[in-house]
Ligand binder design. Structure first.
Ligand code: UDP
Ligand code: MG
Length: 321
């Protein structure tokens, strides 16, 4: 049986890009079906993220012309991650694997062929990873690299140079559906699912039409969201800074005392200096300790699944009476 593939596209104000994008992807699906790689009823699912332009009307027209273009619309703009999740969850019961790709086709659609091949070889998740960032501006390139480094140092593990271009098997989608958190950061969750993964590299192109919906500000807040919804390391940093200050405090105390003994100092300076440093470090450490508890609460309230079962061996099937 050939796998039925869904290509899921989050769309926000993409009326110019969508006709070009879907035409190209339909051609790709035809080619793959001809080569016996995917089932002929594989489809495209556009997830309209509360667009202000005619995106939904465009999706409806495309659906009329070719019912393999399907759509789902959110009631309002919720952001790329949520639009993508809505698309993936809508596609889950209808497909064997879903591939997410941006509407602007900056990520080379040819990589889909490789992804499907890896999927058929047994990978449940295939990450699309950029081979180079030649077409990005110097600024976008440097800031993006900086964000990856910063995220890693803050305890958030993501696949380097992988955005949201990936294939997920139906099982991966089902596991993903159990993550009930509101602060959604797919790039962090998906490597955590623990399934067999593979990587496909590709070159990134210019946008086909329209302009980027991810300026620096949005990228920054996305990165901070990612870190704060995955890791309590920033909290631990407070404690560590407090501890370092306490150590410095010892050196400071030595200096303050020798000054007190060796030359004249203003009255009160010694005791003030000692208490400022000592109290400062105590306060920071105290904040850090409180933070550790908040960190625990933060993990608990997410109510993430605690485990995911790979397979079971329970034969003969127990009968329930
Ligand atoms: N997008 C979305 N909701 C938003 C912003 C963007 O669904 O609020 C979609 C957008 O239509 C595109 C994808 O997310 O398909 C990536 O956006 P974009 O290409 O503008 O980001 P960039 O490639 O510049 O980082
Ligand atoms: Mg883009």
């Amino acid at each position: 049986m050939l796998p039925r593939i869904a290509i899921v596209i989050p769309c926000y104000n993409e009326q110019e890009a969508l006709p070009v994008t879907t035409a190209q992807l339909l051609r790709l699906l035809d080619e793959m079906a001809d080569k016996q790689l995917v089932a002929a009823d594989s489809f495209i699912l556009c997830s309209d993220d509360g667009s202000k332009d005619a995106t939904w009307q465009v999706i409806c027209q495309l659906h009329k012309a070719d019912p393999r273009v399907k759509g789902v619309a959110l009631t309002q703009n919720r952001g790329h991650q949520y639009a993508l999740l809505a698309g993936l969850m809508t596609a889950e019961p209808l497909c064997d694997a879903a591939i997410s790709i941006d509407a602007d086709l900056q990520d080379d659609p040819q990589a889909i062929v490789e992804m499907v091949k890896k999927f058929r070889e047994g990978a449940e998740i295939v990450f699309g990873v950029r081979a180079s960032r030649k077409t990005d501006t110097w600024f976008k390139r440097t800031t993006a690299r900086g964000f990856y480094r910063f995220q890693r140092s803050m305890g958030l593990n993501t696949v380097y140079d992988h955005a949201d271009y990936r294939l997920m098997s139906r099982r991966a989608l089902q596991l993903l559906s159990e993550y009930g958190e509101s602060n959604l950061f797919l790039r962090g969750i998906i490597p955590q699912l623990g399934l067999t993964t593979a990587i496909v590299t590709y070159d990134r192109h210019e946008r086909v039409a329209g302009e980027s919906k991810y300026p620096l500000g949005k990228m920054l807040s996305f990165s901070i969201d990612g870190i704060t919804s995955f890791s309590a390391r920033p909290i631990r940093l407070i404690f560590i800074v407090g501890l370092i200050l306490l150590l410095l405090d010892v050196a400071m105390a030595l200096y303050v005392f020798t000054s007190y003994l060796t030359h004249h100092v203003v009255e009160g300076w010694t005791s003030l200096m000692l208490s400022v440093w000592f109290l400062g470090s105590l306060i920071l450490m105290g904040l850090g300790i409180v933070g550790e508890y908040i960190g625990k609460i933060f993990v608990e309230v997410k109510q993430r699944p605690r485990y995911a079962i790979r397979e079971t061996l329970l034969d003969p099937t127990p009968t329930s009476d």
